[in-house]
Design a protein. Structure first.
Length: 434
């Protein structure tokens, strides 16, 4: 399958099956803005839950945080975003298009012209106004990253939790960047969601922590079913690193449009806490009471994109196979990520007893995992619909079920069917899914 064809099929499936919609579509849409539909919302929640479980619940050394989207504007002075968070832009004099200078490669991507204006710096932060008077004195910003909310709460978390080094603070939340060159479906958006950890450690142990986090974050994608051959680690060159960074590696995925970053693991040194100490006047040093010393911890930052990760999982799970004379499309999402775990399907929707039993089974099990009832088509078509959205198992209730108290359970990946008694259905599915 050609790469462009694959991306087109992913976009079409997302719209058709309710994963992702164009934002504001009835008004003509808004460029590079997307809404998650019913199944997309479930999938996105599952990605975030899997991350939170891996980095917070299954560890002893990481706690959670949920900081504000709008924060004191001096925070962005301290972090360097006010002064340095810029793209250099040029305008094509022929077609009037505006582009990042590092994306044009000598000619206009729209019209092919080589005639551009001089580059100008363009700050990527979204401005807003606090209070009712728009006079410029109360300017604030929508956060361009979640990290700074963690740094400014460092001492609060230490005091509240009595943590010893090393430890981390994790956060999932929306960030906003006024990207000029957005695109590739949900890969690059102006409003996006991040999964970030700031891991604080003794400077002497920072290199070891950096190496460990690189391995752990790469493996997380593999453990959730992503094909290893579609993933790689790419170290940043010296020309890519921030001036304070001591190293950075990206986890990249092979999208239809090429290798692109889905997560970065950065060795940030002690830059951030020092900056906020200087700009706020508050001492953010860690007090090692055992050795009676105060110092700025070094920080390792694994930072992943929820939207990018979700898109990578979708692309990786998309599978086509020939079944007799038909092409079967199936999303082979992992058990943890699949939006729907079980679909309950009546073989005959006009048979009241069959419908009642199917609905009862769904109601009995919906407290344990996400499941649906569907009687809107013939059984073969229903199977194909559930395959397309990644549903793990289909449970079919038929006439025989009313007599022998058994149902047919169909496996998504193998399409094999098995008769299971009603008494053992719950335990059977729980064992398969959880």
């Amino acid at each position: 399958m050609a790469n462009n064809d694959l991306m087109d099929k992913i976009v079409s499936l997302c719209k058709r099956r309710g994963f992702i919609f164009q934002s504001s579509e009835i008004y003509g849409g808004l460029a590079n803005s997307w809404d998650y539909g019913p199944l997309g919302a479930e999938l996105k929640r599952n990605v975030k839950d899997a991350w939170w479980k891996a980095v917070v619940h299954n560890r002893e050394d990481v706690v959670g945080l949920d900081s504000g989207i709008i924060m004191h504007p001096k925070i962005w002075d301290a972090s360097g975003h006010t002064q340095n968070f810029n793209d250099v832009l040029v305008d094509c004099r022929k077609c009037k298009g505006r582009f990042r200078v590092d994306h044009i490669k000598g000619k206009c991507p729209n019209c092919g012209s080589h005639d551009f204006t001089e580059g100008r710096a363009f700050n990527l932060m979204f401005k807003t106004q606090l209070g009712p008077v728009d006079d410029g004195s109360n300017t604030a910003y929508l956060r361009p990253e979640t990290a700074q909310g963690i740094f400014v709460n460092f001492i609060n978390v230490v005091d509240a939790t009595h943590r010893k080094l090393p430890f981390g603070i994790a956060q999932i939340g929306k960030s906003f960047r006024n990207e000029v060159t957005a695109g590739n479906f949900t890969f690059r958006m102006r409003e996006f969601e991040q999964m970030e950890i700031e891991y604080f450690t003794d400077p002497e142990k920072a290199d070891e922590c950096f190496a460990n986090w690189i391995k752990e974050r790469f493996q997380w994608y593999v453990d959730l079913g992503m094909k290893k051959e579609n993933l790689r680690l790419r170290p940043h060159g010296a020309d890519e690193l921030a001036h304070y960074a001591k190293g950075c590696q990206d986890v990249e995925y092979l999208f239809p449009f090429g290798w692109s970053e889905i997560e970065g693991i950065a060795h940030r040194g002690d830059f951030d806490l020092k900056q906020h100490t200087q700009f706020s006047g508050q001492d953010l040093q860690f007090h090692d009471q055992v050795n009676n010393r105060r110092f700025f911890p070094y920080v390792i930052e694994p930072s992943g994109g929820v939207d990018r990760g979700l898109l990578a999982f979708l692309v990786d799970a998309y599978h086509e196979e020939q079944v007799k004379e038909d092409t079967r499309v199936v999303l082979k999402l992992s058990r943890a990520l699949a939006p729907i775990k079980v679909a309950f399907l009546p073989l005959l929707k006009k048979n009241g007893d069959i419908v009642a039993l199917a609905k009862k089974l769904k109601k009995d099990l919906q407290n344990h995992f996400m499941c649906v009832y569907d009687d809107s088509a013939a059984i073969g078509k229903l199977y194909r619909r559930q395959d397309e959205v990644g549903t793990l198992y289909c449970v079919t209730v038929d006439v025989q079920s009313l007599e022998d108290h058994q149902v047919t359970v169909r496996d998504r990946d193998t399409m094999q069917q098995e008769r299971i008694s009603l008494d053992s259905l719950k335990d059977y599915l729980l064992k398969k899914i959880l």
